[in-house]
Design a protein around this ligand. Structure first.
Ligand code: NAG
Ligand code: NAG
Ligand code: NAG
Ligand code: NAG
Length: 725
């Protein structure tokens, strides 16, 4: 069951999880300036993000000292708009309060203590850091609903990826912000390190009044999960400084470094192997790491919280740091949260044997015991990335709002992702393998299982094929014909998968299916030529997945032209609008390695050339020509990983981001910046104005926690999907 779920979900990017420690070859250097396309009137791209449409996070809080907690004590702090996550309770310092409009300061004196929150929010198509002050009428009786109905909220956007003030470009994902004085310390991914498969994540500080921004992470290094010490003097990070990213998608091989928050200097490694640091005082920090004891073997080691005691505040040598394990075996405890000088308890997220949900608990440091919180309040939802208030009275975390939790919030069918170019609009679709009809009036996409056709405004939604299928392509000439691959994804060469044509306008499309391949082997990723006469697809019929061309009407019974031939995998083919080129992904340079590059070939089999070298072990897939044929969009791990994977819901390939490149391999641009799995991009035939389109249905919070946190009773952890594409 679980394996089949895996096979059906991680198709956005499509290959294995084999990890490689190979030297990285240079790719054309990327630009982070405004994305453009060759189209004079503008262009639009649509892409999928695994499960992302299902998590409408908000930030909630529970008191730490009123135990046991009850559901009525849980307060939702954020406003139920968009996706709000990775919160931080700042001290309401004069610098912070000066950001508020005057009247709210007056109000502050007349009501019970307001809640101050800094957090990441993805709204209006971009990610931003917001500061909210929430005033309840009576915090004693504030419940989820009463807070919303009776509270006053002051909302101050502190930093937006789109405002250009700090020189940032689009949607730079940021984890865990901190505010120290009037400096915001956070992660952004807006600067290209210029090396394939190197993370763009770096720590910055921005003075909120002036926007003055300083990079604290040295160039060429990636830092995650920053935490500022109580004095503000030091920042700790999880970093790849020495090893670089080797393709890890579960536990990262990061070390913990500290540096001066002021300017990033005095950088020193204090912990080998650890992540998600959090300070109690300027010489004590907590972090998580995988331990060497597990339920079956070391490989399954419990993820536990540890404490590092630096001899004194300030730079120390790693040899003088004392490390102690804090949480016991027999459960995973991670993403620790501390509050200044609180040596009594910390907050952690846990995964316990037999419980499929991630919960926030306190850990009593004196009695060495856990105090359960969220499981008692909402047992069947995941709770992420706890944080404590400076006075330790509150713990915050993010969790999905949605019907399961008593909230009704509309789900987005198309989510507009802001770009810096008015000529490019970008949309995340709730589904995968989207493609537009030639006139742009409809979108076909895969939603497991099956193929659905829908208008771009979300109306006229119809399931046109109920079975397992992947990839979609519209016939450019015959109206209403959609090609797809019917059968399981990631199957072996000899598994039956067929290229089929569906007449989506038939009364019952599922009975109007034309099967174009008949050999009972793995035939997939059909794409028609611009004149609609031929179809290029990949087939495993020779024992290897290579490219073939067949007649659109007669299918393979009309004969096959073998376009590529070799003991490797060529796949995900796309025909250029002028008919002269076919773009595809291939592992031919390192067959079976899981490393895919993009190639171009003429339909007559001549002129093969490489478009993109993705770096050894790199994954570059799903090429698709822009309507003017000048640009190719694709998905790639070029930007590596942008956050510790354990801090997010499950993503098989969290490095997946959408890029574009010119046909000569120049002008590489990164369009998405997040820590999710983005894939299967497609162009619209014409420009679509940026706006969100809601489904006529509600969010259901159907997403999964990191499957590698699952505590299985047998040693059958999923190891990967193999390289079949
Ligand atoms: C988001 O967009 C809406 C509609 O365009 C606008 O009213 C609102 O002010 C925007 N919010 C922010 C924070 O920019
Ligand atoms: C933080 O730095 C300031 C200025 O260097 C220093 O006076 C203070 O003692 C430091 N605080 C801690 C806790 O190290
Ligand atoms: C193959 O196709 C390309 C472009 O369509 C053309 O330039 C070339 O002459 C063709 N080669 C042969 C041998 O037909
Ligand atoms: C995790 O374990 C639960 C049983 O505790 C099981 O139902 C679920 O399918 C597992 N998920 C994965 C991804 O292995």
């Amino acid at each position: 069951m679980e394996l089949s779920a895996m096979k059906t979900t991680s198709i956005l990017f499509s290959f294995s999880f084999f990890l490689f420690l190979l030297p990285v070859l240079p790719l054309a250097s990327a630009s982070v300036t405004a994305p453009e396309t060759g189209a004079s009137s503008g262009a639009s791209l649509i892409f999928a993000t695994l499960d992302r449409s299902h998590y409408e996070f908000d930030i909630f809080t529970l008191p730490t000292r009123r135990r046991p907690p009850s559901a009525s004590m849980e307060i939702r702090i954020t406003d139920g708009e968009s996706v709000n996550f990775n919160g931080y309770f700042p001290s309401p310092s004069p610098a912070l309060l000066s950001l508020l409009p005057d009247e709210t300061l007056i109000q502050q004196e007349t009501v019970t203590p307001p809640l101050h929150l800094i957090y990441i929010t993805e709204r209006n198509g971009t990610s931003s850091i917001y500061y909210d002050v929430v005033y309840g009428q009576d915090s004693g009786s504030m419940t989820k609903r009463s807070l919303l109905e009776s509270s006053a909220r002051v909302q101050v956007p502190l930093l937006s990826g789109a405002d250009g003030r700090s020189g940032m470009t689009v949607n730079s994902m940021r984890d865990k912000p901190s505010l120290i004085g009037d400096y915001l310390v956070y992660v952004s991914t807006h600067e290209d390190p210029g090396v394939p498969r190197a993370s763009w994540a770096a720590v910055y500080s921005t003075q909120v009044q002036t926007g003055l921004t300083r990079r604290l992470t040295p160039r060429g290094i990636a830092d995650f999960s920053p935490a500022v010490s109580p004095s503000g003097n030091w920042t700790a990070v999880a970093s790849y400084a020495e090893r670089g990213w080797a393709g890890e998608v579960e536990e990262l091989t990061t070390d913990i470094y500290i540096f001066l928050t002021r300017d990033g200097t005095h950088r020193v490694k204090v912990v080998e192997h650890g992540g998600w640091p959090s300070w109690v005082d300027d010489s004590t920090l907590y972090f998580h790491r995988r331990s060497e004891d597990g339920w079956i073997s070391v490989e399954d080691g419990w993820i536990s919280v540890y404490r590092a005691i630096l001899q004194k505040a300030g730079p120390v040598s790693i040899e003088s740091v004392t490390i102690q394990r804090v949480t016991p075996p027999n459960l995973h405890a991670f993403t620790p949260a501390t509050s200044p000088n609180n040596h009594e308890f910390i907050a952690v997220a846990t995964r316990r044997p037999g419980d499929e949900y991630r919960h926030v608990e306190l850990f009593d440091l004196r009695k060495n015991k856990f105090i359960e919180l969220t499981r008692l309040v909402s047992p069947a939802s995941h709770h992420f990335n706890p944080f404590l208030s400076p006075d330790s009275t509150r713990v915050g975390y993010h969790s999905c709002r949605g019907e399961a939790n008593g909230w009704r919030s509309p789900r987005l069918f198309l989510e507009n992702i802001q770009t810096t170019s008015p000529k490019l609009s970008l949309f995340r679709i709730d589904g995968s393998f989207p493609t537009f009809s030639p006139s742009g009036d409809r979108i076909a996409h895969v939603n497991m299982p099956g193929v659905t056709v829908v208008k771009p405004d979300g109306s006229d939604r119809r399931k046109v094929f109920p079975g397992m299928a992947f990839s979609t392509a519209w016939d450019p000439v015959q109206p209403g014909i959609v090609y797809t691959s019917a059968g399981p994804t990631f199957a072996k060469e000899r598994t039956e998968v067929d290229v089929i044509a569906i007449n989506v306008d038939a009364d019952d499309p599922s009975t109007s299916i034309r099967k174009l391949t008949t050999n009972g082997q793995n035939n997939a990723f059909p794409w028609p030529s611009p004149d609609g006469k031929r179809i290029v697809f990949r087939s495993g019929r020779s024992g290897h997945k290579n490219l073939y061309i067949m007649d659109t009407e007669k299918g393979e019974s009309g004969g096959l032209f073998r376009l590529t031939d070799g003991p490797w995998t060529d796949t995900m083919c796309n025909w250029s609008p002028d008919g002269e080129l076919i773009a595809f992904a291939s592992d031919r340079e390192n067959p079976g390695s899981g490393s895919f590059e993009l190639f171009l070939i003429h339909p007559n089999g001549t002129g093969m050339r490489k478009l993109i070298q993705s770096g050894s072990g790199g994954r570059t897939n799903h090429p698709i020509f822009s309507p003017d044929g000048q640009t190719i969009a694709f998905t790639s791990d070029y930007g590596a990983i942008s956050a510790e994977p354990i801090s997010n819901p499950h993503h098989y390939q969290p490095y997946g981001e959408i890029f574009t490149v010119k046909l000569d391999g120049s002008d590489l641009r990164r369009l998405t910046h997040n820590s999710f799995e983005d894939g299967t991009p497609a162009w619209a035939p014409k420009f679509i104005s940026p706006r969100d389109v809601a489904w006529p249905r509600m969010n259901n919070c159907m997403f999964r926690d990191c499957h590698w946190l699952n505590i299985t009773t047998t040693n059958t952890k999923p190891k990967g999907l193999g390289i079949s594409c």
